[in-house]
Ligand binder design. Structure first.
Ligand SMILES: Nc1ncnc2c1ncn2[C@@H]1O[C@H](COP(=O)(O)OP(=O)(O)OP(=O)(O)O)[C@@H](O)[C@H]1O
Ligand SMILES: [Mg+2]
Length: 243
């Protein structure tokens, strides 16, 4: 079953074409990754999927509904972990979850046990009563992940979920995401870590300058082009690690 589909998706910021006519389909339970250099258009594509902003042209459907016509219904069923930390610094860790739950009309009597459950899931229970600025960068990441799960989303959108994390924390997040996958949550993520894409993604779209260069499984790309996923990525985006 198709959960997300895009046909001829274009997003322009004034004269800059950030997403330049892309097509893709993502199935239920799949983990789909957008890879590509800075400015390729990954975050822009993700933002359109989670109804943060409309496309300039093209058709994007999530759960079979058009993102421009049914944004409210779509947003109720998905979770978002943004690239930048947008936690409320005036609230504690726990309060951040409770306030976020209100956007989904989750009553306090339900959100309280849920918040504890999610804090346990991301191993932050002992930080429940501290303010956001007292968390380490990795802890803020984990809290953003917990917050994105507050409405038990069928589709989870993760923009660079492990950027800046130490290897141990990164592996811990992979463990959590693989667990969600095993529960049939559909995942869409962006990453600059090829190991992450290999570990989590069933298929990846390699983007460059607003276009999708190729879509395939990491293993399919590696057997077609030879070498590791990193070599394939560099070859297809025409980049090199030197200079
Ligand atoms: N709100 C905005 N207004 C104007 N231009 C924007 C805006 N957001 C992004 N852009 C531009 O659109 C292009 C694509 O940006 P986007 O954030 O989608 O890239 P990205 O692939 O997520 O990159 P990164 O790997 O650095 O996160 C860039 O040229 C960027 O400068
Ligand atoms: Mg981005």
């Amino acid at each position: 079953m198709v959960i997300v589909s895009a046909k001829g998706l274009v997003k322009k910021y004034d004269s800059l074409c950030a997403v330049d006519g892309i097509d893709f389909e993502i199935g239920r339970g799949e983990c789909f990754g957008f890879l590509g250099p800075n400015g390729a258009g990954k975050t822009t594509a993700m933002r359109i999927i989670h109804c943060y902003m409309p496309p300039t042209s093209g058709e994007v459907k999530v759960f079979g509904m058009d993102v421009t016509r049914n944004p409210g219904e779509i947003k109720a069923r998905l979770g978002v972990m943004p690239q930048d930390n947008n936690l409320d610094p005036d609230l504690t860790v726990f309060e951040n979850l409770i306030v976020y739950a209100r956007y989904f009309d989750i009553m306090k009597k339900d959100s309280t046990p849920l918040a504890w459950e999610l804090l346990d899931f991301v191993e932050l229970r002992e930080k429940a009563r501290v303010k956001i600025d007292q968390l380490s960068g990795g802890m803020k990441h984990r809290l953003l992940l917990a917050r994105s799960l507050i409405n038990s989303p069928e589709l989870l959108i993760l923009d660079e979920p492990t950027t800046g994390l130490d290897p141990h924390s990164r592996h811990a997040v992979w463990g959590k995401l693989n667990y969600l996958k095993s529960k049939n949550t559909t995942l869409i993520l962006t990453t600059h870590y090829m190991e992450e894409a290999e570990n989590l993604c069933d298929r990846v779209a390699i983007m460059d300058s607003g276009k999708i260069v190729t879509v395939d499984s990491p293993s399919g790309l590696m057997s077609m082009h030879g070498g590791r996923l990193e070599d394939v990525y560099l070859k297809l985006t025409g980049r090199s690690l030197e200079g």
